[in-house]
Design a protein around this ligand. Structure first.
Ligand SMILES: CC(C)(COP(=O)(O)OP(=O)(O)OC[C@H]1O[C@@H](n2cnc3c(N)ncnc32)[C@H](O)[C@@H]1OP(=O)(O)O)[C@@H](O)C(=O)NCCC(=O)NCCS
Length: 157
């Protein structure tokens, strides 16, 4: 597995995973805006080792997962994170989270945060394994089912 920055050519694959992963998926345009217009936004995709960054074959490589985050002063705010259903439970999510934290550390960020549905046991377990802890609750945060959001933080990334 390897990671590289998400590009506009990846968005078809990323958006297909997004629609399979979330009840309120981001639009294709949201991903393109994050890549092209939002200065403090960073995005990574995970691919197999055959992906050679910069080669004309890049866009044909399978995207197994992706993540988006914002740099907010010295904090890493993870805004989107998913692994394709057929690649789950193989360590891809853990690998991707490590890569985000590595990148954030290298860029001088000191802590990381995210929001997760209270019922999303898989994601909460993944984040807890990497040192995130529950810090607050946002009641009825998600409009589709009024589910609560858990706010998690990792200090000293
Ligand atoms: C959450 C998600 C990203 C995990 O990705 P993944 O590649 O399956 O995760 P990994 O294989 O690296 O698992 C790492 C750890 O996460 C936890 N975990 C992952 N899936 C789990 C599940 N279905 N049930 C319980 N724990 C789970 C485990 O602690 C696991 O460690 P283990 O395999 O040693 O038990 C993936 O399930 C997903 O994309 N879900 C839909 C989108 C989503 O919920 N994103 C998070 C939004 S906040």
């Amino acid at each position: 597995m390897k990671t590289r920055p998400m590009r506009v050519e990846d968005v078809d694959q990323v958006h297909a995973i997004e629609r399979l992963s979330f009840p309120l998926p981001w639009s294709r345009e949201s991903f393109i805006r994050e890549i092209c217009e939002i200065d403090n936004s960073r995005l990574l995709v995970v691919t197999g080792d055959e992906d050679r960054a910069g080669s004309p074959e890049d866009s044909k490589c399978e995207v197994m997962g992706y993540a988006c985050w914002w740099e907010v002063v010295d904090e890493c705010h993870i805004t989107n994170f998913a692994v394709a259903p057929e690649h789950r439970r193989k360590g891809v999510g853990g690998f991707l989270l490590e890569k985000i934290l590595e990148d954030a550390r290298a860029r001088g960020l000191v802590r990381a945060t995210l929001e997760v549905r209270l019922g999303n046991a898989a994601a909460i377990a993944l984040y807890e394994k990497r040192g995130f802890t529950a810090a607050a609750m946002r009641p009825r945060y998600y409009p589709d089912n009024r589910e609560d959001a858990l706010v998690m933080w990792k200090e000293r990334i």
